[in-house]
Design a protein around this ligand. Structure first.
Ligand SMILES: Nc1ncnc2c1ncn2[C@@H]1O[C@H](COP(=O)(O)OP(=O)(O)OP(=O)(O)O)[C@@H](O)[C@H]1O
Length: 253
């Protein structure tokens, strides 16, 4: 039975897609069966792994009930993936029925025995797609860049998680906050890290000890549609994501 992990932060550009891609590819390299589902209407994850966006079904078709989940899965070198669609951006108005928070959970139920991990790349907001992701998930990984605005969003995210736990999914847990695009040499980064630790501590959320350093390999790998390990296994970003995955597995996630 697959463990389901949301990679989520309502702030844009914090490394959700990069983390989903690296986590999926790294877990696959460790021998796990991994499916990633792109819930972000921007569709960057599908592009990052070279998935077909022209003819294949997307998670939008699945949530609409037009296509069975198993027929939307594409196999790529890095991971199995269900791509996103720009049509997801209208879903807030389109799906208004009772129970709409459970659509994704129901959609992945028939395929959960075929995978060890299902990773959900969420959009940069706390709307119905993110609520669907949290309702379907066992754990949430929260990528965060070390700037002062990112800190403000953590409490809001925490409140959403508490609401989902109360009404939709009591088993949900935040696996931890992962600092991304981190530069250990700058004082600001270190200060924000210290403040993030205080906030996380107050909310009883853990921070991952490992962080992801800033590296041009992130965008270079994406533009070549490769995962960071295949692009350059010796790069900072590949090494950091490798250590993060070890830490995540050691936590029992
Ligand atoms: N460790 C890193 N070092 C340098 N650049 C990075 C790093 N991680 C991600 N980036 C770059 O930052 C940009 C945003 O990353 P990404 O798309 O993963 O964020 P996101 O949170 O998914 O964004 P959105 O909310 O828009 O979906 C991308 O151009 C990516 O290449």
């Amino acid at each position: 039975m697959a463990k389901v992990i949301s990679i989520s932060n309502q702030k844009g550009g914090v490394g959700k897609t990069t983390t989903t891609c690296a986590l999926a590819a790294g877990l696959k390299k460790r021998g796990y069966r991994v499916l990633a589902i792109d819930l972000d209407p921007q569709g960057n994850l599908g592009f990052s792994v070279g998935a077909d966006a022209e003819t294949s079904a997307s998670i939008y078709n699945v949530l609409k009930g037009e296509v069975k989940t198993q027929y939307a899965i594409q196999k790529t070198d890095s991971m199995d993936i269900i791509i996103s669609s720009i049509l997801l951006s209208g879903i807030e108005l389109e799906f208004t029925n009772t129970g709409r928070e459970f659509l994704l959970k129901e959609a992945i139920q028939p395929i959960q025995t075929f995978y060890d991990y299902i990773l959900l790349d969420t959009p940069p907001n706390l709307g119905i797609l993110t609520i669907n992701a949290f309702t379907a998930s066992d754990h949430i990984v929260v990528p965060m860049i070390s700037d002062i605005f990112s800190l403000q969003g953590i409490a809001q995210l925490y409140e959403t998680v508490e609401r989902v736990k109360k009404y939709c999914n009591p088993h949900l847990s935040i696996a931890g906050i992962l600092l991304t695009r981190y530069n250990p040499r700058t004082r600001l980064s270190r200060e924000v890290r210290g403040t993030a630790e205080l906030i996380a501590n107050d909310l009883k959320i853990s921070m991952f000890e490992n962080y992801i350093r800033s590296s041009v390999s992130a965008s270079e790998a994406q533009s070549l549609q490769q995962n960071v390990f295949d692009y350059d296994a010796r790069s900072h970003i590949a090494q950091d994501y490798g250590k993060f995955i070890d830490e995540l597995l050691a936590k029992g996630v």
